[in-house]
Design a protein around this ligand. Structure first.
Ligand code: ZN
Length: 178
């Protein structure tokens, strides 16, 4: 987020040179620089045998299922975010987290840290912010996640991690045909 006004005192910010970052918005009253920082969030593929936990949140993607995701809060380590978001949104407890790399979507401030995690226990009890959540066969996941490009990349990494050797899981993988 690019700041124009100081969030502390409301004053219009001035540009000030910061050695490495170039011109940065600055409040001379509070002596504070407001860097354009990315917003870290997690994207999690929860795996249970040959199944994966998918959700529907049509405010994100209208006709597409998605992986569990959520923002990292201040003071929280990223691993705790993964465990908390899965629990809050689906009621499921996960463990054995594996980091699968980061991703960005141009034009957004999101820095997406992607993970896979193993199901430990719990029945699905969705939160109010989730329209639908359930286990899907991992072979059907890519077909059901048409609009979620980052999520599909994560699923493909998961298929490699679980040593999937079949072809069925990739039948809707149009990204590979480009
Ligand atoms: Zn200020």
């Amino acid at each position: 987020m690019k700041y124009k006004f100081c969030p502390l005192c409301g004053r219009e910010l001035v540009m000030r040179n910061s050695w490495d970052e170039g011109e940065v918005p600055y409040c001379p009253v509070d002596d504070k620089m407001y860097f354009d920082l990315p917003k870290p969030c997690v994207v999690v593929a929860v795996v249970r045998d040959s199944q994966i936990l998918l959700m529907k949140q049509s405010y994100i993607f209208k006709d597409s299922k998605v992986l569990v995701s959520g923002y990292v809060t201040t003071g929280e380590d990223v691993e705790s975010t993964v465990i908390r978001e899965v629990k809050e949104e689906t009621g499921i407890t996960v463990d054995n987290l594996k980091y699968l790399g980061s991703d960005v979507v141009l034009g957004t401030e999101l820095l997406m840290l992607t993970f896979m995690a193993d199901y430990v226990e719990g029945e699905i009890t969705k939160s109010d912010e989730v329209e639908w959540v359930d286990w899907s066969n991992i072979e059907d996941a890519l077909c059901q996640m048409q609009e979620d490009h980052v999520g599909k990349k994560v699923v493909k990494k998961v298929l490699k991690e679980i040593n999937y050797t079949g072809k069925k899981a990739y039948m809707c993988d149009i990204d590979d045909l480009k």
